[in-house]
Design a protein around this ligand. Structure first.
Ligand SMILES: [Zn+2]
Length: 272
């Protein structure tokens, strides 16, 4: 584990435990007639809000520590791509990265790594980093029990290693949704959780190239971890009716990095 990065809030974890303690106190207070039912209801509402915060806002740190960005002392940032490898998009992304001498980190889906091992080998051969984005990649991942998630994340590790990549050290949760079992499964496998400092939403049908650029341009700062997609998530109609626009976004983004004197490096390099 490295400490060179910027991580999620340290307040989230104590808040998670405190919200449970308040629920228990309010329950017993109500049962013993010391406080009203309203306080118990309010404590439940607070508990639900804290859990929702932990699930959907990685920077909250409610369930555990998540890397959000690298150190800001060097003119470097990390481009990260989720949901590949994809036989259509990944080669286009690789050509653009090579053209601009940029390196990136790919959080791949284990099943897709198994289907396209030559793309994983190409990612490694061209100096990029390959990390774990689960094996099956489902909306339901966050709701699975720890044992099932350990098996799923392990299967992804195996398919990535079988394709010739080093054993992943980082994990990004499918859809960015966290849960206590996800955090525990990642911990058991020695995987560090990674979030992002800005995302393109390039896989969404409603996102245009200029909208993605509008999201990313203000985030072009040293230490940034940018999230794009080199594969479709295939999770909902909203995300499947159009391929990711990552290549078109990248074609505009990479010259902008050069204009700002920022080098795109792998996560490992960003944190080293
Ligand atoms: Zn994903």
């Amino acid at each position: 584990m490295t400490d060179r990065g910027v991580y999620s809030s340290r307040v989230g974890r104590p808040l998670y435990h405190l919200s449970l303690v308040l629920c228990v106190l309010a329950l017993f207070g109500w049962l013993w007639g010391v406080s009203s039912l309203l306080w118990f209801v309010l404590s439940i509402v607070m508990r639900v809000a804290v859990i929702a915060l932990g699930s959907f806002v990685a920077s909250s740190g409610v369930f555990g520590r998540v890397l959000l960005r690298g150190s800001t002392d060097r003119p470097m940032l990390a481009l990260t791509f989720d949901d590949g490898p994809d036989p259509e998009t990944t080669p286009q992304v690789l050509s653009l990265l090579a053209l601009h001498k940029a390196r990136a980190t790919f959080f791949v889906i284990g099943e897709r790594a198994m289907q396209h091992p030559s793309l994983i080998a190409r990612l490694i051969a061209e100096g990029h980093q390959v990390e774990n984005h689960s094996h099956r990649h489902s909306w339901a991942t966050a709701f699975g029990p720890t044992s099932q998630l350990v098996a799923d994340f392990s299967a992804a590790q195996s398919s990535i290693v079988s394709a010739g990549a080093p054993s992943p050290r980082y994990f990004r949760a499918p859809i960015g949704i966290l849960s206590p079992p996800i955090v525990e499964a990642a911990r058991k496998l020695g995987l560090e959780l990674v979030g992002w400092s800005a995302k393109a939403r390039d896989g969404w049908a409603s996102t245009t190239v200029s909208a993605a650029m509008t999201r990313l341009l203000p985030a072009l700062q040293p230490g940034a971890i940018l999230l794009l997609h080199d594969g479709g998530e295939q999770l909902s109609a909203q995300r499947t009716n159009r391929p990711t626009i990552a290549p078109q976004v990248l074609a505009q983004l990479l010259p902008q990095l050069e204009a700002r004197g920022l080098q795109a490096v792998t996560l490992r390099e960003l944190l080293s």
